[in-house]
Design a protein around this ligand. Sequence first.
Ligand SMILES: *[C@@H]1O[C@H](CO)[C@@H](O)[C@H](O)[C@H]1NC(C)=O
Ligand SMILES: *[C@@H]1O[C@H](CO)[C@@H](O)[C@H](O)[C@H]1NC(C)=O
Ligand SMILES: *[C@@H]1O[C@H](CO)[C@@H](O)[C@H](O)[C@H]1NC(C)=O
Length: 590
Amino acid sequence: MAGSGDNLRQRKKDSNGAAVKKTSATSPVARNKKTGGVRLSTLLYIVLFAVGFAAYYDPERVFGLVKPYIFRTTWQPVPSSSSYDPDFTADVAKRDAVVGAFKHAWLAYERDAMGDDEYHPISHEGTNLTEAGGIGYTIVDSIDTMLMMHLDEEYQRARDWIEKKMSFDRDAKFNTFETTIRVLGGLLSTYHLSGEDPLFLEKAKELADRMLPVFDTPSGLPLSMVNLGKKEGVSDVDNRGLVSTAEAATLQLEFKYLSLLTDEEIYWEKAEKVMQVIKNAHLTSGLASIFMNPEDGRFVLSAIRLGSRGDSYYEYLLKQYVQTNLSEPVYRVMYDDAMNGVLAHLVQKSTNAKLTYTSELIPERNPAGEISWRLIPKQDHLVCFLGGNLMLGAITTGALTKNVSVPPKQDELTEQGKRDWQAGVALIETCMRTHDTATGLSPEIAHFRIPTDGMDFSGAALDWYIKGARIGEHPPYDARYILRPETVESLFVAFRLTGNKRYRDYGWSIFQAIEKHCRVESGGYASIINVDESPARMEDKMETFFMSETLKYLYLLFDDASTLPLSEYVFNTEAHPFPIFNPTIRTGFS
Ligand SMILES: *[C@@H]1O[C@H](CO)[C@@H](O)[C@H](O)[C@H]1NC(C)=O
Ligand SMILES: *[C@@H]1O[C@H](CO)[C@@H](O)[C@H](O)[C@H]1NC(C)=O
Ligand SMILES: *[C@@H]1O[C@H](CO)[C@@H](O)[C@H](O)[C@H]1NC(C)=O
């Protein structure tokens, strides 16, 4: 609620008051008042009464009719959008610099840890996720990036490993969601990008078949773990057997694409059933708590957020609609409903600089057992995917035409489309502001200052801070940068949808900061433990998403925009692109 009110105020302020003044000066209401006699004013009261009456019974329609006039002059598809020529051609020098970084990362892994799931660039060692042996986590996650970058020799060696050494016959627990998005997703996108090399589809099908038992629960929601060797779902005992919403609802792009490729409906049915269960569990706000119970298929009282365990649920609502070429309206409805909830309840403006950010809602029980929700002004780096997602949603579910311009014109978008576009643009700006640190990199978690949090922010330089950070003490978990991709992911989408160089400039500044602070001279890239310390202290880990997502999105940001156009491809949450298709299987629920 607070969010939408804030939005309204902000939009009026953004227009320098011009729009508001203009409407009052030319308003027929104002003129009539000055010039009219008694009869005219009586008529006026009748009209006002009728409008008020209509607004009471159908506020959205009335407001919708009036809003375009009030906000006419406030449409700005990108910040400071003076006229510019979109330039979608490759920035070759920057693109090649990203390829150089990829090679620096990959060759170190290959030298020190080929075949191991994860890489530690400082100790020059690899580790596996489980004692039972690796599943090609890093290799499969990175191999489609090699194809895009035309690294043919590296690609051949990675392919050889997959052909000769990869095995899923591992008697150990793997995370259902991570295995799906990284390994299944990587195999499927590589199958497509390699011109349908059958090796990758064979491996993808084998993996998915080993995973299918996770869906054998009373509700159809998947268990969070899978024993790939035994082909068994495993409950997550650390979380009372619950599954997080994002984990349950971020398997669909992968399983549905596999159904398309194999002509076997089982993957589709299992993945789609999850969406039906989630739709039935619907919370009134359109939002989703971060935990669900696979026994009864219901939400469990828990936080509501766009960060960890919540994030990609919202992402995949839109992307499922996109994947099947806008042919399954149920996802459009679910996405729009969710974004209404997000914009109304979670999106806030910071106190001084009016940065748009997202909060979390935490449930609290008072001694009488009543539940109330507390808004925590805490934004994970993970949430930075949302800016690009909102912009993509705006030109998809919020479009009035099939052919939205680049960037969109205001009469091509619905009211919701314009709202989501502007929120997305603003969120990206905020994510960039969280890079205003000693290293130019953003922390894992940013807290925004609010009047009631006891922080003295009258003299504060920034509207946000890293909670628990104290000079001279060990930096808190929140202060880390672990090579995450979400900001550059949004920059890539924003660039494709606007052609505005601003987003390439932002991406370049992040890339340079990574080069300066995360690059390990002997090979590879490392996380850093405090973004506010320069030179940074490194941590001995290179997450697989660095080569899979961060460098891929940076590469695509600088590559010619005809590569993998968003009108033909949908990226899974690990940046593995799948082609958009017209489904032969119809949605089984509405
Ligand atoms: C990881 O698993 C692979 C495959 O079983 C094995 O060859 C490799 O030695 C393991 N690596 C480590 C560090 O244990
Ligand atoms: C969409 O717009 C582009 C560029 O303005 C134009 O080339 C194309 O023909 C249009 N497509 C349709 C279906 O109207
Ligand atoms: C998506 O649907 C449109 C018609 O609405 C069609 O022109 C287009 O070819 C379809 N795309 C794919 C990839 O099937």
